[in-house]
Design a protein around this ligand. Structure first.
Ligand SMILES: *Cc1c(COP(=O)(O)O)cnc(C)c1O
Length: 358
């Protein structure tokens, strides 16, 4: 048979070319990222009432987070510029994506991660894709300062979200949401770390509106972790702290973009506690069958908080971005879940556990 063109997804650059800066075909570096599902929530009515809640599950991208959308473009542009190496600071997912796309491009990747604060899955990805991984005895913010300096003075392309092509690539997630729904949602909730993603979604929604593809715009609802909430508090947090390591950031690179998204859309940037984040993380896994990483669950914790405050109304269409896959952080899952049950290979013991014992 002939290949079914409709069944082939060519990655966000080829699929959304008309909406992105130009790039020549020969320089496109893709792992066919994007086209992630918008999953209808069905089992959280007791928590969120009768809003229509949907999860944009970005954990199903090639390296397991939304970072792939921006990285395909940043690395493709680096290739077009003749660059042979990329560098980033990362709480984990950016380094995983940078390492994978650099491998695909035949480039070197240097990644700086905060020592001791990177989830195991993410570290393993950067390492197996052959990046040079530097564990910095400092924070993410320290690492980013160093990366900016290096990329200014040496022939290496910075692929943090300060790289404008990252945001361009990431805005395609908003396009996908609109296309899946047939309209823009009433609200869009997402976790906020460096605030690149909220900036990107807002840009994407606005572009679809300007082009007349959708009639409305969502209110942008960003959620930071309580111990890492510089935008909410209006000042840099020197020692950010949260179990949601992907948003453990004290001085967001796209701070202004987040403020703009909030104010232009009539949304909010608020915070949720680690306890709220973990409760949402558990709910998603145990009731919805969706395993995301803790930072991702900040979006759903935010929805629950807003419902409790009476901010959302029945019938509202609410999209939550689940930014990364739960397998990124297996240690957290195991420490949160109930214990396994040790049995001998004996039928009676199995049946007793199952409640079928006599
Ligand atoms: C990077 C990341 C975030 C934060 O996104 P920003 O664009 O930095 O605000 C949230 N969740 C996960 C899983 C991430 O990898």
């Amino acid at each position: 048979m002939e290949p079914n063109k409709k069944a082939i997804w060519n990655g966000i650059i080829r699929e959304y070319r008309d909406y992105l800066p130009e790039i020549s075909n020969g320089n496109i570096v893709t792992l066919n990222e994007g086209n992630t599902p918008l999953i209808e929530s069905t089992n959280l009515v007791d928590k969120v009432g009768n809003i229509r809640l949907l999860f944009k599950f970005e954990g199903l991208n090639p390296t397991g987070s939304f970072k792939d959308r921006g990285m395909t473009f940043a690395v493709s542009k680096a290739k077009e510029d003749g660059s042979t190496a990329v560098i980033c600071a990362s709480t984990g997912n950016t380094s995983a994506a940078a390492a994978a796309y650099a491998a695909k491009a035949g480039m070197k990747a240097y990644v700086l991660v905060p020592a001791g604060n990177i989830a195991l899955g993410k570290l393993s990805q950067a390492m197996i894709h052959n990046a040079i991984v530097m564990e910095v005895a400092g924070s993410f913010d320290d690492a980013l300062d160093l990366v900016k300096e290096v990329s200014k003075n040496y022939p290496v392309t910075m692929v943090n979200s300060l790289n404008p092509f990252r945001i361009e690539g990431q805005k395609t997630a908003a396009f996908e949401v609109c296309e899946a729904l047939g309209f823009a949602p009433t609200y869009h909730f997402l976790p906020v770390g460096n605030a690149g993603n909220i900036t990107a979604y807002w840009r994407g929604y606005k572009e679809f509106k300007e082009k007349g593809i959708v009639a409305g715009l969502p209110k942008m609802m960003g959620f930071q972790a309580e111990g890492a909430a510089p935008i909410v508090r209006g000042e840099v947090v020197e020692h950010p702290d949260t179990i949601a390591t992907a948003i453990r950031i004290g001085n967001p690179a796209s701070w202004d973009g987040a403020i703009e998204a909030r104010d232009e859309s009539g949304g909010v940037i608020d915070l949720v506690s680690d306890a709220d984040i973990l409760a949402a993380y558990n709910l998603l896994a145990s009731r919805e069958g969706v395993f995301c990483e803790p930072a991702s669950a900040a979006s759903v914790a935010g929805v629950i908080k807003m419902v409790e405050r009476g901010e959302l109304e029945d019938g509202d269409t609410v999209v939550c971005t689940l930014t990364g896959h739960g397998l990124k952080d297996p240690d957290r899952a195991i420490s949160e879940a109930s214990e396994t049950i040790k049995v001998r290979p004996v039928m009676d013991e199995i049946l007793a556990v199952m409640g079928f014992g006599s």
